[in-house]
Design a protein around this ligand. Structure first.
Ligand SMILES: [Zn+2]
Length: 249
């Protein structure tokens, strides 16, 4: 089913009743608001209008964080289409020139990619793999408050996979760097696209092995062992962090 997405920063524009806008509304929306990019993709059924500002929408629309829309919609197809739209929008506005020779890139005639008209290198949408891990110690789980993001909630340990690492290596390294703990029995649980701007979250669980919590102050403001049934404010339903914390995966 074709769906139309109007996106601005990390937000989605909806009609006042909470439904997605129709394609016929795009013309007026982009006339009133500064256009960043328009594109469509036939095989995934998305039509995407990216705005650089959504200040001139009339009262028949509302703007909400995409994370909120994601949490409130458990339809996997809509979730995929929205994150596909957001991923491609981020990539299209940031990857316009060849990394080798600086030429402006052309659309690839066959692939979801861009090609350099001069040196013929092909560039694909960017995906940055990250790990996110729930550490358990008996019945307790380790949750942390981050200094750079979502400071109002306790969440799982997470971080980017570095060059040359396996995902499991990144899990052990991130936990040790951020909390000083060693873990064992690292198990893959599932993955989730998280295009803010380009993450692919690979979810794991791991068991505490040794050590006392020593915070990496640049990354974490707090980390504690909690009862799974008595957690502080934590990530929203639908996110892989929520699924890990609540034992859904
Ligand atoms: Zn080039």
């Amino acid at each position: 089913m074709d769906r139309c997405f109007v996106l601005c920063d990390s937000n989605i524009v909806l009609k006042a009743d909470g439904s997605l806008p129709e394609f016929s509304e795009f013309e007026k929306i982009k006339t009133d608001n500064p256009l960043l990019e328009y594109f469509e993709e036939k095989n995934t059924g998305i039509k995407v209008l990216g705005l650089s500002s959504a200040e001139k929408l009339d009262a028949s629309y509302k703007v909400i964080p995409m994370r909120e829309f994601f949490a409130e919609n458990d339809d996997e197809t809509i979730r995929f289409q929205m994150f596909r739209a957001k991923s491609l929008l981020n990539w299209r506005v940031s990857a316009k020139f060849c990394q080798f020779c600086g030429q402006k890139l052309d659309e690839h005639p066959l692939l979801t990619a861009r090609i350099c008209p001069s040196c013929k290198n092909v560039f694909f949408p960017r995906i940055e793999p990250c790990i996110i891990v729930l550490v358990t110690k008996g019945e307790k789980i380790l949750l942390a408050r981050h200094t750079q993001r979502n400071q109002d909630i306790y969440a799982c340990i997470a971080g980017f996979i570095e060059a040359g690492e396996s995902a499991e290596h990144a899990v052990a390294r991130e936990i040790f760097e951020e909390t000083g703990l060693r873990v064992k029995n690292i198990q893959y649980r599932g993955s989730q696209s998280w295009p803010f701007p380009a993450q692919l979250m690979l979810g794991f669980t791991a068991e505490y092995e040794s050590g006392d919590i020593v915070l990496q102050k640049e990354e974490l403001s707090d980390a504690q062992w909690f009862d799974r049934n008595n957690c502080p404010a934590s990530p929203k339903p639908g996110s892989i962090a929520y699924q890990l914390i609540h034992g859904e995966i």
